[in-house]
Write a protein that binds this ligand. Structure first.
Ligand SMILES: NC(=O)c1ccc[n+]([C@@H]2O[C@H](COP(=O)([O-])OP(=O)(O)OC[C@H]3O[C@@H](n4cnc5c(N)ncnc54)[C@H](O)[C@@H]3O)[C@@H](O)[C@H]2O)c1
Length: 332
């Protein structure tokens, strides 16, 4: 009989990245405990094998779930940039105090390693592309909350001897990307609109460039974080190494769908960076590299959305959650 794999706890397990990670961990034989308050997550996305707890990351009662946990992946966050701009207090409460509550529970339980989500939004004011991890130019309340998490993690490392790994995702895409938002992430929005006969919309002229990384690639790095010594106490950009303009994404989506519809160009969203691109030298140096090319990743997303449409799930797009402002079309 094989040795039972260790226990891993995932916060934000009902969300896009968390549910994909949980699937992968279950497949690899880990025992997974999942936490999510379902404020944005979807219960049906959580694999049945997960020991799921509907709970807020700010709850003091969470600590008991950390007993016997080997590694924590802390992904839960309030992460809609425009919504965070409208609600700075709540953003700080969930993203900073919630994160400290998770770090504290992990410390008390003697968890071996904590892997937590920062964001490339920390670079939103940067002048250097590709951006190395040494940059630190957060501007919005969301990015500042992630920057604060970074500093708290450093302090837990220094003063409590904890092993922490911070992940700065670029624009993650793939199945279960949250298309239910009032304005879904850009790829999902294009696909949904093109498949359902609604007019595709581009905010600005389509020249903004984004570094898109597939969720399977991100999960490769997550898996590496469980055992690799090279990642301990590091912070890593997880991007693809290239960026693409929104127009290019639109054109490729049309090509893959075999359609040609002119998008509607709407006024630009003020304050959004013209480009992002992560320097992934550091992540590569610990043995990781992105494997999914944009075309096959986009094909997979199209298939996922087709299935969701067939299941009748997409009709409610934009109605299942509180509407947010229009500037959520491209998020970092
Ligand atoms: N998706 C991206 O491109 C991207 C880019 C950079 C950073 N990130 C970060 O990665 C993490 C995961 O992102 P995602 O895209 O999967 O987001 P998501 O919104 O799909 O998942 C986040 C999950 O956290 C849960 N949550 C929110 N507040 C909570 C609370 N107070 N208590 C418990 N659960 C709560 C939500 O219900 C949701 O299921 C987040 O920390 C996000 O900031 C994501």
């Amino acid at each position: 009989m094989g040795v039972a794999k260790r226990k891993v706890l995932v916060t934000g397990v009902a969300g896009f990245i968390g549910s994909n990670l949980a699937d992968r961990l279950v497949r690899e034989g880990y025992q997974v405990t999942g936490v999510d308050d379902l404020s944005a997550g979807i219960l049906e996305q959580v694999p049945g094998e997960v020991d799921f707890h509907k709970a807020d990351i700010r709850s003091p009662k969470l600590a008991e779930l950390f007993e016997g946990v080997d590694v924590v992946f802390h992904l839960a966050a309030k992460n809609c940039v425009s919504d965070c701009q409208l609600r700075p207090y709540e953003t700080a409460d969930v993203n900073i105090l919630g994160t400290v509550n998770i770090f504290e529970a992990a410390r008390t339980a003697g968890v071996r390693r904590v892997v937590y989500a920062e964001s490339s939004a920390i670079y939103e004011g940067t002048k250097s592309l590709p951006t190395p991890e040494t940059d630190f130019t957060p501007q919005t309340f969301y990015a500042i909350s992630k920057a604060a998490d970074h500093l708290f993690a450093k302090a837990y490392q220094s003063f409590c001897g904890m092993k922490m790994v911070g992940l700065r995702y670029l624009n993650v895409y793939g199945p279960r990307q949250d298309y239910r938002r009032a304005v879904p992430p850009v790829m999902s929005a294009f696909i949904i609109n093109l498949l359902t006969g609604r007019e595709p919309r581009i905010f600005g002229d389509g020249a903004k460039r984004r570094d898109f990384i597939h969720v399977d690639d991100v999960n490769d790095f997550h898996l590496l974080c469980i055992e690799s010594e090279g990642v301990v106490n590091g912070v890593f950009n997880l991007g693809s190494g290239v960026n693409h303009s929104i127009q290019e994404i639109y054109d490729l989506t049309c090509e893959l769908l075999g359609t040609k519809v002119a998008p509607q160009y709407l006024p630009d969203v003020p304050g959004e960076a013209l480009a992002n691109l992560g320097d992934i030298t550091r992540a590569r140096s610990v043995g990781w590299k992105p494997r999914v090319n944009l075309e096959s990743g986009l094909r997979g997303l199209i298939e996922y959305i087709r299935t969701e449409i067939a299941a009748g799930n997409v009709a409610g797009a934009g109605t299942l959650q509180k509407p947010v402002t229009e500037d959520d079309s491209v998020r970092v």
